[in-house]
Design a protein around this ligand. Sequence first.
Ligand SMILES: Nc1ncnc2c1ncn2[C@@H]1O[C@H](COP(=O)(O)OP(=O)(O)OP(=O)(O)O)[C@@H](O)[C@H]1O
Ligand SMILES: [Mg+2]
Length: 208
Amino acid sequence: MSGSGFFLSFEGADGSGKSTQAKRLAADLRAEGYDVVLTREPGGSTGAEEIRRLLVEGEPNRWSPKTEILLFTAARRDHIERTILPALAQGKIVISDRFADSTRVYQGAARAELRALVDTLHRLVIGRVPDLTLVIDIDAKTGLKRGLARNSGEDRFEELGAGFQQKLRDGYRRLLTDFPDRCIGIDGNGDEAAVAQRVRAALKGHLP
Ligand SMILES: Nc1ncnc2c1ncn2[C@@H]1O[C@H](COP(=O)(O)OP(=O)(O)OP(=O)(O)O)[C@@H](O)[C@H]1O
Ligand SMILES: [Mg+2]
C-alpha cells in the first residue's frame, strides 16, 4: 500500500476477461461509494493513447522487440505521470486494465532475454508497482476465441497465433511465483458473474 489510494491491475492473456472484469469491478466499487479511476494500458492518458495506436494496430512485426519495449515504456511513463499517480495522491482506487507485467510477459514470451531490459527500464523510469495484481487464467484456445470474436481491429497480438498465446499463459503463471506478495491468480473459466465473484473474494482484506 502506498499511504493513500490503492493501485490494482488486471493481467492475463488475450481474451481472458480483464476488460470485462475491470469494468464490472469499477462499477460495483463506485456503487459502494468508492472513488474509482478505471484506466488501461497501453494508454490511459492522452499521449499514451496516441502511442497505443502505434502498438496495437498494423503489421504484427512492424516493431523490433526493443523498439516495442521503449514504446510501451514511454506510454507507461505518461500514464503514470498524468493519470495514476495524481489519482492515488487523491486517495482514489486506480484499476488498470494491464500494467507493467504485460510488457514483462509479452516481450519475455517473444524473447526471454528481453525481460531484464523491461525490468531495468521499469526501475529507472516507472518505479511504481501495483498494490495488488489479479492474473486471470483461462486456456489459450478459449482466450483466442473470445479475443478474436470481438473484432476490435486491435488484434496485432492475437494474430501472433496459438503458440504465442500458450507462451503468454506460461509467462503469466510465472508471475504468480515471481511476485507472490502482489499477484493473485483468478480462474477465468465460467460466466462473467462467476469470475466477478472470484475477483471480489481475492480483494477481501486488501481494499482500504
Ligand atoms: N466469463 C466470460 N465468459 C464468456 N465470455 C466472456 C467472459 N468474459 C469476457 N467474455 C467475452 O470475451 C471477450 C474478451 O473479453 P475481454 O475483452 O474482457 O478480455 P481481455 O482480457 O480484456 O482481452 P484483451 O487482452 O484482448 O484486451 C469479450 O467479447 C467478452 O465479452
Ligand atoms: Mg481488454
